[in-house]
Design a protein around this ligand. Structure first.
Ligand code: GDP
Length: 316
């Protein structure tokens, strides 16, 4: 049977990276825009699946956001994510799609999990409160895949990435993750010659960052060669303090002013570095060093986002 891989969420940072990779391998990718199909509408989705008959699905559609967005809009994060993932996984089963890769996040693990975090730490302790609604939805997604595997023999798997960055990221300052937010703040501060840039929190939390193209290779590697009940971690196995990452981004952008830490903003979880030895054993390893990935992402930002972002700031 001819392969037809539906990348759900193909316009997002993760889905677009996976689509680029699959197309570069000459593989047949299906995509549908949000304006044509709202994944929250179960019957429309099931009709679309019956008509388009994917042979595999990569689920990269999600409502995502940084620490402020997650804690400000808990209802949106839990409702959108639970609804779209349940519709897609159940719809996939009904339409006879035997292969599905569900994408989660390292925030599914307990706030104080032993580091580096192994897959089996899931549900061994309380979650980080700033993103527990999103995390609960993603945990439910992992278990939904496991349920369809157990009851129906479906080959549905889950991959947990670390903090990601790259082209097509969200650069909106209120809803972005730390890396695109700081890239934009430093870029605009450089242009306006602002003497300082505010970085949220104490600067002490540690995060594991990876370029989205490295994740895309991990996801496609799992699609092709991982077929287990347990979810699998995907990260480079190195972390950095927010202070270090802020200094690195300032250097990449060429901002020479000072950094001010606003400790009234939340730090979130103190550390979340994952143990990714399981995916490494499949032959995957990351290729893009942090500073190189940041530099190419900044070039992407300059080409695609900088004018738009500045216009928004001026009209705000
Ligand atoms: P998290 O990994 O789920 O906590 O998500 P984020 O990427 O939003 O935040 C990571 C860390 O960066 C947190 O400790 C934030 O407080 C910190 N941070 C510093 N400056 C910023 C900023 O401008 N935006 C965001 N989103 N986080 C920031």
């Amino acid at each position: 049977m001819e392969e037809r891989i539906w990348v759900a969420g193909h316009r997002g940072m993760v889905g677009s990276a996976i689509t680029r990779l699959l197309e570069s391998q000459g593989r047949n990718v299906l995509a549908v825009d949000r304006s044509t199909l709202d994944l929250r509408r179960q019957s429309e989705l099931e009709t679309w699946l019956r008509a388009n008959r994917p042979t595999a699905i990569i689920f990269a559609a999600a409502k995502v956001g940084g620490i402020l967005a997650n804690s400000s809009y808990p209802a949106d994060f839990i409702y959108d994510n639970l609804t779209i993932q349940t519709n897609v996984i159940h719809g996939a089963h009904k339409a006879g799609v035997d292969r599905l890769v569900f994408l989660g996040s390292s925030c599914i693990y307990p706030k104080f999990a032993a580091q580096p975090i192994v897959e089996s730490s899931l549900m061994t302790g309380p979650l980080e409160p700033t993103n527990e609604w999103y995390a609960i939805a993603k945990i439910a997604g992992v278990m939904t895949c496991q349920a369809y595997r157990r009851q129906h023999g479906r080959r549905y798997i889950s991959v947990m990435p670390c903090n990601l960055y790259g082209p097509n990221d969200n650069f909106d300052l209120q809803s972005a993750h730390v890396l695109p937010a700081l890239m934009r703040k430093f870029h605009e501060a450089k242009l306006s010659r602002a003497p300082e840039v505010v970085v949220w929190g104490t600067g002490a939390p540690l995060r594991e960052f990876m370029h989205v193209d490295d994740l895309a290779r991990g996801v496609v590697c799992c699609l092709d060669s991982y077929d287990e009940y347990d979810h699998i971690n995907c990260g480079p196995g190195m972390d950095h303090t927010i202070r270090d990452i802020a200094e690195t981004i300032a250097r990449v952008v060429g901002y020479e002013g000072s950094l001010v830490f606003d400790a009234s903003k939340p730090d979130g979880t103190p550390r979340k570095i994952m143990d990714s030895s399981r995916i490494r054993a499949l032959g995957w390893k990351p290729k893009i060093a942090l500073e190189e990935g940041l530099a190419s992402t900044y070039q992407w930002y300059l080409r695609h986002m900088a004018n738009r972002a500045e216009a928004e700031t001026q009209s705000a």
